[in-house]
Design a protein around this ligand. Sequence first.
Ligand SMILES: [Zn+2]
Length: 335
Amino acid sequence: MLPKNAADYRTLLWIGLAVALVGVQYANLGLGWVFGLALLNAYFALCCGIIAHNHNHCPIFANKRMNDVLGHLLSLFYGYPTFVWIPTHNLNHHKHVNRAGDATITWRYSDRHNLLVAATYFFVSAYFQAVPVKQFIQKAKVGNRKLYRKIQLQYAVWIGTWLSLLVLAMCLHGWKRGLLIWGFSIGLPSLFSIWTIMFFNYEQHVHTDPWSEHNHSRNFTGKWLNFLLFNNGYHGVHHEHPALHWSRLPEAHAKIAGQIDPELKQGSMWWYVLKQFFLANFWPQLGTQQVGRAPFDPPGGQTTSLESDEVELGEAGTNARMAGGPLQHDYRKAA
Ligand SMILES: [Zn+2]
């Protein structure tokens, strides 16, 4: 019943706060409060997405059923069944790290880094991530019925609970007001969560060098940001040790920080965003430049296909992996 790692008491507290906040908005507080608190909803929804990522690498509980239940709860805020992290992230992104074959490559239609490409990356990435998700579901259907039933259950619980919450809001407050309360406390925050997580993925890899030992990811090292987002800024060391618990990423990052290109260690994410999307329009040198070797330029010079390779259920299809067991994949061995 208790989390394996003491740092995850805070994870559970944050999930509890996300639930409580929606409860407060469903109580008869007035629409002004619901709208005003929506920013907090958006923050907690984003946290739930990040927690879903962490939970898929490093499950919070030892008990598989508890992990499944938590996965269901997270999907309500994240806005999609959390199993999708396995085919798109654990089995695909961690393997290819923004090189050809990664469904989430930052350079599919353009290697330029500007507001338009960054803002629309969500649509491009989501479209291509559907490929490994479909393969994963199809393979589970044929080769692992237990996994397939778990996937179906995740969809059913997510859609069923969303609809129930919508109906509840309408019963409590009338259809118009109920729709607004549901939209501002659950619907829109989850859209924000998914969009922002993909935006983070874009910024963590655009113009980095996936052929390098430590320069394959961009890190954001601000203390507050990492406190508020469960150390999500230490992306490089996360790729190098995907099974390492999120609470230990800062110390692991400190050990290799001296070997990372300074451009890939950004202190403030807000300053970085300001530089990249506004100031670089006037002073281009403030925008990112390709660090080292580009992802579309393999050292061997071979031609690259942008198609994602087949995701293999393999171990991912077992119960342990469905609960989000760590994948100790070393992407450099797969290169
Ligand atoms: Zn990861």
